[in-house]
Design a protein around this ligand. Structure first.
Ligand code: NAI
Length: 295
């Protein structure tokens, strides 16, 4: 399938990630059907995306006419049955295996047997999600990063039973939208969150062992090692509440391999609500998005 193929894409889960996925693919020329279990959430997501498109008019990147055209290609669905015409469904609902499995069972009753079902899961095993399906060969992971339109990479995760055709269609879909697609195996953390362990886990160990402060680690990695942000700045951006779950999940999935053991510095900070930017303080203190100083 060529990257210029236009699909009707179902986006299930209209939260932070679902909204970004809607925006990315409507701008890439696809039709979007957005569904969320919460009342009014899908419509709100389409309004949000339309707002984001309007901002591009102000910057001269789109015209008002473009926005109208794109708006007409996005539909908010109140019933899952409205996804029947979708040839690709991207799921971005809550990170809970049982809830996801239940959704996939219901989706298989709605979509065509050839439709692809892709999960934006950040830490679950894709094979576990696919195990709920009667056609696991059409199930894969499609892991975007927040904010989706700006983070120009997505992991296409091929689970053990994912067909080569499914992987290839998703790879072409991502690249057709101008993002880089990285095809990875269905292993803990896939590529990005596995590689990230080296950065976060060792960064945290350095602080735990009082070798240096978080700000010193960040400064050195930015200034001397060429990173755009240091690990503590990144943890504050993602939110330690979210990152701590990824740390725990990867440690668990690697059968408690010591090199993935979450730092003892993390749990007390999560309990204290020091999540990062979203809570106003983490490794640094914030005024909105502006970093003030070490917390
Ligand atoms: P969110 O909480 O912002 O949005 C989830 C949405 O799914 C909500 O609107 C909720 O009403 C809806 N939902 C829940 N259960 C549903 C169901 N059974 N059927 C239909 N809709 C349902 O979550 P967020 O942050 O967008 O995450 C979604 C997925 O993306 C998760 O699997 C998460 O691990 C993954 N992810 C999140 C990233 C992030 O930075 N937030 C980054 C990469 C992946």
């Amino acid at each position: 399938m060529s990257s210029s193929t236009h699909h009707t894409i179902g986006v299930v889960g209209a939260g932070t990630m679902g909204r970004g996925i809607v925006q990315l693919f409507v701008q890439a020329g696809h039709r979007i059907c957005c569904f969320d279990a919460a009342d009014g959430a899908a419509a709100k997501a389409i309004d949000f995306v339309t707002d984001m498109l309007q901002r591009q008019v102000a910057k001269g990147r789109l015209t008002g006419h473009d926005v109208e055209r794109l708006r007409a290609r996005m539909q908010a669905s109140t019933q899952m049955s409205e996804l029947a015409d979708c040839d690709i469904v991207i799921e971005a609902i809550v990170e809970d295996l049982a809830v996801k499995q239940q959704l996939y069972r219901a989706l298989e009753d709605v979509v065509a047997p050839t439709a692809i079902l892709a999960s934006n899961t950040s830490s679950l095993t894709v094979a576990d999600i696919a195990a709920a399906c009667s056609r696991p060969e059409r199930v894969a992971g499609l892991h975007f990063f927040n904010p989706v339109p700006l983070m120009k990479v997505a992991e296409v995760i091929a689970a053990v039973r994912t067909s080569a055709a499914t992987t290839e269609t998703l790879r072409a879909l991502v690249e057709g939208a101008g993002h880089r697609a990285v095809v990875t195996a269905d292993q803990p953390g896939f590529l990005v969150n596995h590689a990230g362990r080296g950065l976060y886990t060792e960064g945290l160990r350095i602080v735990e062992e009082q070798v240096a402060s978080p700000a010193e680690v960040d400064d050195i990695l930015r200034e001397a090692a060429g990173f755009r942000m240091g690990p503590f700045e990144l943890l504050d951006l993602t939110g330690l509440d979210v990152s701590s779950k990824v740390m725990a999940s990867i440690y668990e999935q690697f059968q408690h391999e010591p090199r993935f053991r979450p730092s003892s510095l993390v749990a007390p900070r999560v309990a204290a609500g020091l999540f990062g930017r979203k809570s106003g303080a983490g490794w640094y203190a914030y005024d909105g998005d502006r970093k003030l100083r070490d917390a």
